[in-house]
Design a protein around this ligand. Structure first.
Ligand code: BT5
Length: 450
């Protein structure tokens, strides 16, 4: 046994561990959920779970596709006792070890146990095939893209670097959002149109307080007092898409900022669907095409606690000379970028359909599923940035990731990590054009926003 953390478990303090789940028999999703519940206990706390991925079978290919997920735990159990816990859970869920690489109801493997390297007949740590399996690295990168993997195969490289070094990630696709949602659409079931309003967010907040149904949408032709964050003005001439959605999320308060991410993912997807333009997201609420701001999201909570309204502004058919320059990005409209008008109704329909799906995924599957899609569309992650805070101070660093609360994790020059919850991001390593500076840690590929 070697590694800096080797003694930690033995001293009785919990250490971080990463476990991989895989299932390709029976009700695979239910089996993953039962495994998560059975593993979680006083001696092993499950603290985070990746999104669920579907993977074509590997090795023996005449079998159903796998669902894969990675869990982060905290445990003081020594490695072999932890292995025993994993085997117990497999046994309880009916795993019968038959042919190697053959179908299995559930597989529970230890990927990493703190920084320990171990090689015994029963257990090898880190997991010997960790570094060459996309179906392990992709979900692990959801949870810990910057984690360094010890041992001969990992060589101290980060999970993100190992993932990037893989020749292919074929066959690993985000599972949850592809699942057909059984209930009818919530967002967009009731769309109310108006001509000129002050701010659609104000109209929506009033309707929210008055008891309007969740998912009700207010669309205005123009806004006379459109607003951005804080005291900023949102310029809203005719031709744009200015709307607000009434929501009553059943989410813990700390996850509410992710509703803004869900709206951003939907907006970027809708722009691509309706125009073919590659829209990207900039933390926390900007929608960019070719580095210029074409839209923004403003979520505001009702003072009464009745719920949220999510305002979305997209410069659809707005004449470019009516747009202001932003604090951190120039402004652009889809009309200006395409040289012809977009079909605003098609854009609206795509936006509402996609937002409905993202919003429900957030509530049923939790933050990882939405974060994966946000990272795949984000310009910010992996870039050198300067963030200007509302109080006039600024901080510079590398944007490492966003967390479950929507906060941005910045690695500063001195190596420390600072978590930022609000601000304007300036990309410092060249302005993000198309395709530039995606999210190195994001699984991308089949997991990207569909
Ligand atoms: C935002 O704020 O980007 C949130 C925008 C939300 C607008 C929608 S429209 C429907 C709903 N009703 C509302 O009243 N608002 C929502 P922020 O990140 O703070 O950016 C605001 C800044 O963007 C401004 O200070 C300007 O510099 C710039 N800006 C203003 N209007 C713009 C436009 N149409 N296009 C691009 N940039 C603009």
């Amino acid at each position: 046994v070697s590694g800096a953390g080797a003694g930690a478990g033995a001293r009785g303090e919990p250490v971080p561990v990463y476990l991989a789940l895989g299932s390709n028999l029976g009700d695979r999703e239910a089996l993953l959920a039962r495994a998560r519940r059975l593993l979680d206990g006083p001696d092993l706390r499950i603290v985070a779970a990746s999104a669920v991925y579907e993977t074509a079978p590997w090795g023996v290919t005449d079998q159903p596709p796998f669902l894969n997920q990675v869990l982060q735990g905290a445990t003081a159990l020594p490695p072999l006792r932890l292995l025993g816990r994993c085997r117990d859970v497999e046994a309880q869920l009916g795993r019968v070890r038959t042919r190697r690489f053959g179908p299995r109801s559930i597989d529970v493997d230890i990927l990493l146990y703190d920084e320990i390297e171990l090689s015994t007949p029963e257990l090898t740590l880190p997991h010997p095939r960790l570094c060459d399996r996309a179906f392990v690295l992709v979900p692990l990168a959801d949870l810990a893209p910057a984690l360094r993997v010890p041992g001969p195969a990992g060589g101290g490289r980060t999970v993100r670097a190992l993932l990037e070094a893989l020749p292919a990630r074929d066959g690993v696709a985000l599972h949850a959002p592809e699942r057909p949602l059984d209930a009818p659409a919530l967002i967009g079931a009731d769309v109310r149109r108006c001509g000129a309003v002050g701010s659609t967010n104000d109209t929506a907040l009033r309707l929210l307080e008055a008891g309007a149904a969740e998912g009700t949408v207010i669309v205005a032709e123009t806004q006379t007092a459109g607003r951005g964050r804080g005291t900023r003005i949102w310029v809203s001439p005719p031709g744009g898409l200015w709307l607000s959605v009434i929501l009553r999320p059943k989410l813990p308060a700390r996850h509410l900022p992710l509703v803004t991410f869900a709206a951003g993912i939907a907006a970027a997807g809708a722009i691509r669907e309706a125009t073919g333009l590659q829209a990207r997201l900039k933390w926390p609420n900007d929608v960019l095409v070719g580095g210029a701001k074409v839209g923004g999201v403003l979520a505001e909570a009702a003072a009464s606690g009745a719920g949220l309204v999510v305002g979305i502004g997209l410069n659809a058919n707005v004449s470019p000379d009516r747009l202001p320059a932003g604090p951190a990005s120039p402004a652009a409209s889809l009309l200006g970028l395409l040289g012809r008008p977009v079909d605003r109704e098609a854009l609206l329909a795509a936006l509402l359909r996609r937002f409905d799906r993202e919003y429900r995924t957030l509530q049923t599957d939790g933050p990882p599923a939405v974060l994966v899609r946000w990272r795949a569309a984000a310009e910010t992650v992996g870039r050198t940035v300067r963030v200007e805070m509302g109080d006039g101070t600024a901080v510079a660093g590398t944007a490492e990731d966003v967390d479950e609360t929507g906060a941005l994790r910045l690695r500063l020059a001195d190596g420390t990590v600072r978590t930022v919850t609000a601000g304007d991001v300036h990309l410092r390593d060249g302005r993000g054009g198309e395709g530039a500076g995606g999210a190195p840690g994001a699984p991308g590929g089949p997991g990207g926003p569909g």
